[in-house]
Design a protein around this ligand. Structure first.
Ligand code: ADP
Ligand code: F6P
Length: 319
């Protein structure tokens, strides 16, 4: 039976990662395990930055965003020789199992470590919500709240000047943050990979809104979809709206994790340890229909992205 379990966070940090760490450590000690943290993700694994922690580790971090054990990206981890250094470091310490909190890239690393004898469980830690084997990823709810808070503030100043604003929302090609925030903030236009820009339609609609005396206009654009600065110039030239750009960026990713975020993350962290205790690895944890569940990592990565056709159907996204 596994005795020593390590935990790392990898890829973009996400609020709630600390709660997942705390959940795993508490359950680990309850089940008689020794718990270790790896600082800086796979980089720390290769550099042997592995530290044994007691059962109170992280208790002052659970209400903070970011990750108290740091995160990193290490593209070289795709190289089997580099992974072997990590495996050797774990074996030297007697650590046979690992919890990897990150996105789909981190899941691939976890899968490969499992194939080499280190049982891994992945937890979906990313604000983007781009992992299909869970209804929500750790970080999504808080990032969504951060976005809505920012947009509400931007709306007040746009309204005071009767302006139009193009807001770029972070999310790495996944439409979810843009779509959910657009619905929650009553945006006029929501542009994502699933509903890309129809420029003539947009311009006509904006001219119409100006004619009808609309107070201000909110256009949300998913990150990496199009050049928002260029779009702003064209709107200014064609519609009569005084238009500004706002790129939300990292403001979305930091900040106090919401209560629901922490609740879900603690449960997922705890469940990951229970799986490893049963000798289960090569899987990732999800919450589906409010129940904890797990999937084979490769199966999870093959699942199609949820396109939320129901949401697009319910809301006429061009008002
Ligand atoms: P995320 O986990 O948020 O998707 P990345 O895609 O940047 O973020 O992946 C995080 C890290 O996972 C990478 O820097 C790399 O160390 C590791 N990784 C990504 N893809 C692979 C892979 N195919 N094989 C092994 N490790 C990988
Ligand atoms: O995956 C999380 C995320 O914040 C994406 O939304 C964004 O595209 C990317 O990470 C930004 O990465 P970096 O921290 O390297 O700028």
């Amino acid at each position: 039976m596994v005795k020593k379990i390590g935990i790392l966070t990898s890829g973009g940090d996400a609020p709630g990662m600390n709660a997942a760490i705390v959940g795993a450590i508490r359950t680990g000690y309850k089940l008689g395990k020794e718990m270790y943290v790896v600082y800086q993700g796979y980089k720390g694994l290769v550099e042997n930055n592995i530290v044994k922690v007691d059962m109170n580790f992280g208790e002052n971090d659970i209400y903070h965003g970011g990750t108290c054990i740091k995160s990193a990206r290490l593209p070289e981890f795709k190289d089997p020789a580099v992974r072997q250094i990590a495996i050797d470091n774990l074996k030297k310490e007697g650590i046979e199992a690992l919890i990897v909190i990150g996105g789909d890239g981190s899941y691939m690393g976890a899968r490969k470590l499992t194939e080499s004898g280190i049982n891994c469980v992945g937890l979906p830690g990313t604000i983007d919500n781009d992992i299909s084997s869970t209804d929500v990823t750790i970080g999504f709810d808080t990032a969504l709240n951060n976005i809505c808070d920012a947009i509400d503030k931007i709306s007040e100043t746009m309204s005071s000047h009767n302006r139009c604003v193009v807001i770029q929302v972070m999310g790495n090609r996944c439409p979810d943050l843009t779509l959910y925030a657009g619905i929650a903030c009553n945006a006029d236009f929501i542009l994502t990979v699933d509903r890309p820009l129809n420029e003539d339609e947009l311009m006509e609609s904006l001219i119409e809104k100006k004619k009808n005396g609309q107070d201000h206009v909110l256009i949300l654009v998913a990150e990496k979809l199009l050049d928002t600065s260029e779009l702003v110039k064209r709107i200014n030239n064609r519609t009569g709206w005084d238009t500004r750009e706002d790129v939300l960026g990292y403001i979305q990713r930091g900040g106090t994790p919401s209560a629901m975020e922490r609740f879900n993350a603690v449960r997922m962290g705890s469940y990951a340890v229970e799986l490893l205790d049963q000798g289960i690895g090569g899987v990732c944890v999800g919450i589906v229909d409010n129940k904890l569940t797990h999937f084979d990592i490769l199966e999870s990565l093959k699942l199609p992205r949820n396109k939320h056709e129901d949401l697009y159907k319910t809301f006429d996204l061009i008002k």
